[in-house]
Structure formats: C-alpha cells, structure tokens
Write a protein that binds this ligand. Structure first.
Ligand code: AHZ
Length: 312
C-alpha cells in the first residue's frame, strides 16, 4: 500500500515523525524513511548532458521526415495528437509548440479563471480521460482546466511515436508542386526554429532555420494574435488561401461558433488540415469565447482528416 507523504512538521524530527503518525493512523506498521541520510546514485555531469542531447538530436534526425506535423500544442493540437495516438499509434507525429509550456489557452477556462466549460456532447472526451466534472445539464464544468490539459498531455506524450518539440516555432511552410495534383502546390512540411532564435531575427544577420518534411501538416495555431494563425497568414501571403482572402474570426457567438469549427475542420489546401480557432480565421466564423468542446472535437476530427490525406 502506498501512503502519501506529508510535509515535515516544524518541531518534529522531520518527515520520519510525520510518516510514523500517518502510518499509525492508517493502521500500518511503522517504518523508517531515510530522508536524513538520503543518498543518490553517483553521476557525472557529462553523462547528464549526453542523456539529454543524444535523445534530442536522435529525435531531430528521426522526425526530419514525419507522417504528421501538428503545429501548436493547444487544446486542438493536443486533441489531434491524442486521437492519432489512439487510432494510428504507429504514425510518427511531430508536435511543434513555440512556447516552453504546451497547452495554449487551455490552462485556464477563460480570463484568469481556473474552471473550464465544455458543452455536451464533447464531455464524452472527459469520460474517456477520466477527468471529473460537474454536470450542469447542457454543459459540464471541469474544476481545473489544468487537470484536463495535463491529463490530455500525459496521454499524448506516453506514445513513443509522438515527439513534442517545445520552444520551437514554425516560421514557414514547405510548399511544393505535386505531380499527383497536376503540378498544383501542396504543403509538404514546416520550417522551424528554436523560439528564442525566431524572436531574435531582427538582431542577428543570419540564423537559418531547420525543416521537417511531413505527409500532412495539421495546423492548430489558434486565432490571430502575437503568435496565432501562423499557417493561415503564410498561406495568405502565398496566395493559397481558399477564396483568396482571410476574413479573420468573427465576433463572439457561442451558440453558433462551436458547431462551425467542428463542421469546418478540413484539408484547407492540399497537405494542410486546419483545426481549432485557426480555422475561424479562414472561415470568418464567430469566436466562442471560453467554451472548449469545439477545440477538443475539432482536434479529434482533424486526426481523421489527416489520416484520409495520408491514404490518398
Ligand atoms: O503557442 C501557441 C499555442 O500553444 C502555439 N503556436 C502558435 N503559433 C505557433 C507557431 N509554431 C509553434 N508558429 C505555435 N506553435 O499554438 C497553440 C495554439 O493554442 P490555442 O489555445 O491558442 O488555440 P486552440 O485553437 O487550440 O484553442 C483556442 C482556444 C480558444 S480561443 C477562444 C476565443 O478567443 O474566443 N475560445 C477558445 C476556446
């Protein structure tokens, strides 16, 4: 039986005393916890360095050709990675996140509030993840948005075929003419840079990027803002946005917005699937504000759209 260890109490002989009383209360035999003379196994500094860098550079080598590149690890991008892990765990998925911390806006429910609202039936994902919620009839409330996000992330990152490149920004797209499409252009991968490098382009003369080839790119960068809608903005500059212009997301209408995002999740140009709020930029559909069901369902749908693209 494992018993949670309480913090050492002031005036006691540290964790040992606290543990002893806890074990007694739990009706378990006393034991000693060796915190006072705690001894770590030996290590050398170079070993630590190599343990990290070897894996990172092996991953860069391995994922230079990925089946799926997901741009943005917010709620939509994570839901896409989760679904891919479920239905096609053998695929190599590179998850690109410009922030150190993945999760995007999903650490909070809205403004700076901890609770997150999920409209039914998107709450079925919470059942699947065993994330508890309060049922309010047409919607559910997760007490801590962070619990949903961290649970989703833990599922995603346990898949050995997923590599999260955090603090890595997608700066551009690889676009190539495709013979199968009669020479029409398709998205064939992404151009990346460590985010700190990407932020310093204005101060250095030459900091060239890296590249990842992909069978399909799923962009989930969120709506326009300092970091959002990267892929949509680039497609627009290249004259590849369907309809020729980016209307930008519409004003808030919760009732309409979520259905529009899920319904619109698709391959917007050959080789690129859009999901989550980035899609509203192209479709001009309304924003939904702080309700997250559509992000989850759109991300999951994007996984299936991406699989269909790979199978073409
Ligand atoms: O850091 C961004 C965030 O984690 C990341 N990202 C953006 N540009 C990137 C780039 N390279 C790598 N060039 C990039 N990563 O993408 C993630 C987007 O997450 P998000 O939470 O902003 O978007 P989402 O579509 O998953 O969820 C949107 C949540 C919103 S916004 C909204 C409203 O404003 O009304 N309502 C909801 C539910």
């Amino acid at each position: 039986t494992r018993v949670a260890q309480p913090l050492a109490q002031p005036g006691s002989s540290g964790a040992q005393a606290a543990d002893a009383s806890l074990l007694a209360r739990a009706g378990l035999p006393p034991t000693t916890t060796p915190y006072d003379n705690y001894k770590f196994a030996p290590i050398r500094e170079a070993e630590v360095s190599r343990a990290m860098t070897r894996r990172y550079f092996n991953d860069m080598d391995e994922f230079a050709e990925s089946d799926v590149v997901i741009v943005g690890a917010g709620s939509a991008g994570l839901a896409c990675a989760y679904e891919l892990g479920k239905v096609a765990p053998h695929l190599k998925v590179a998850l690109m996140e410009q922030s150190v911390a993945p999760g995007g806006g999903a650490w909070l429910g809205g403004q700076l509030f901890s609770a997150m609202v999920v409209r039914k039936p998107a709450h079925l994902m919470l059942d699947e993840l065993e994330v508890p919620y309060e049922d309010e009839g047409h919607y559910v409330v997760v007490r801590h948005a962070a619990l949903l996000t961290s649970t989703l992330m833990s599922h995603v990152l346990k898949n050995p075929n997923v590599k999260l490149f955090n603090a890595t920004a997608v700066e551009d797209l690889i676009i190539k003419p495709d013979v199968q499409l009669g020479g029409a252009r398709r998205v064939a991968g992404v151009v990346t840079n460590w985010s700190l490098v990407a932020q310093a382009h204005g101060t250095q003369s030459c900091m060239d990027p890296n590249v990842i080839e992909a069978g399909v790119v799923v962009s989930a960068c969120g709506h326009d803002g300092p970091f959002g809608a990267t892929s949509v903005k680039r497609l627009a500059r290249l004259g590849m946005v369907p309809g020729g212009e980016v209307p930008g997301m519409g004003a808030l209408d919760m009732e309409v917005a979520e259905g529009a995002i899920v319904g619109g999740t698709r391959e917007v140009v050959p080789g690129m699937v859009l999901c989550g709020m980035e899609l509203a930029e192209v479709d001009g559909s309304p924003r939904m504000g702080p309700t997250f069901g559509a992000m989850i369902v759109s991300g999951r749908r994007a996984a299936h759209v991406a699989l269909a693209v790979l199978e073409k």
